[in-house]
Design a protein around this ligand. Structure first.
Ligand code: ADP
Length: 293
């Protein structure tokens, strides 16, 4: 089982001829609501990849919260422990212009209130094979989850998104760090020119490099290049989440890490050939088809 600790947002997406400037109103063409936030996306991606996935996080007491939880559950994710916090859910207000330019306002809402884990939440973390955490919720909560995982023999994968520095106490509890180049730079000041800098923080790290695949390194071992699968790129949004979730599922199933990374690379590629963030997260059969070529 994979347990995900992280943020959930309702994405309110408006399509318009252009992104309005300050004080300007434009008439849009389409509107849709999508379950988002990296934590929710990772949990949905893990379920699609065939894993038994549990999401731990918080939604608000507003109608967005109800919809958000229902959407996450509909994807096959266990949501019975999701907290309902009085007030607004996390929301992302997205405007997409005709040429693909966009603007986003994120109000974290209930995600900010996801503090001190309950005994039931901690038990779920300890009982899992893999914990996947990211930091759209308070870093103290993520640290508490990682320490509980460690104590329970649960492997800890940390996706250091959104980019920023992280406390040593958290990094010390991480088995495997997964970052893209922006996140790597925020942590070490170094990108693809020196991915091994990540190994001063954690024992194992993955740097994802989009269509260039990924770098994998172990502090006490070697490094490996994980090649990308060739696909016709449509929209790489969500590829990182598909990659990290598939990695967690495969690693949790007992596959060796390099094999799990190659399968994760197929998941990222399968996501990149379709439009959208959560709707493009691939099913296990699609990942397998690409993986086995
Ligand atoms: P993020 O979405 O976090 O920026 P990346 O864009 O690095 O993450 O994508 C994560 C992984 O997904 C990559 O390491 C790669 O394996 C796969 N991937 C992403 N974009 C492509 C692409 N255009 N073609 C093939 N694989 C891709």
């Amino acid at each position: 089982r994979v347990v995900v600790v992280g943020g959930a947002n309702m994405d309110l997406v408006a399509m318009a001829p252009k992104v309005p400037g300050p004080g300007e109103t434009v008439v849009g063409t389409d509107f849709l609501t999508v379950a988002g936030g990296k934590g929710a996306n990772l949990a949905i991606a893990a379920a699609r990849a065939g894993g038994a996935a549990t999401f731990l996080g918080a939604i608000g007491s507003d109608s967005f919260g109800v919809t958000l939880k229902a959407r996450i559950a509909a994807a096959g994710v266990e949501t019975s422990l999701v907290r309902v916090v009085y007030g607004a859910s996390g929301v992302a207000l997205v405007t997409v212009g005709a040429t693909g330019e966009h603007s986003v306002v994120v109000t974290p809402g209930a995600n900010t209130a996801f503090t001190t884990l309950t005994e039931a939440e901690l038990s779920a973390v300890r009982a899992a094979d893999v914990l996947v955490a990211q930091v759209e919720v308070p870093v103290e909560t993520v640290t508490q989850a990682a320490l509980a995982a460690r104590a329970g023999g649960t492997r800890v994968i940390l996706n250091a998104a959104p980019p920023g520095r992280l406390p040593t106490e958290l990094l010390d509890a991480v088995d495997l760090l997964v970052v893209n180049e922006v996140e790597a730079r925020a942590l070490t000041g170094r990108g693809r020119e020196d991915p091994a800098a990540l190994l001063s923080l954690v024992p194992r790290a993955v740097l994802t490099l989009g269509a260039q695949g990924a770098w994998y390194g172990e502090r006490d071992g070697g490094t490996a290049h994980i090649p990308a699968f060739k696909v016709d790129l449509v929209d790489s949004t969500g590829a990182g989440d598909a990659f990290t979730a598939a990695l967690a599922v495969a690693w949790g199933e007992g596959r060796d890490l390099v094999d799990a990374l190659r399968w994760a690379s197929a998941a990222g590629a399968a996501c990149a050939r379709r439009l959208g963030a959560s709707v493009s997260l691939p099913q296990r059969a699609e990942i397998d088809a690409l993986f086995h070529g």
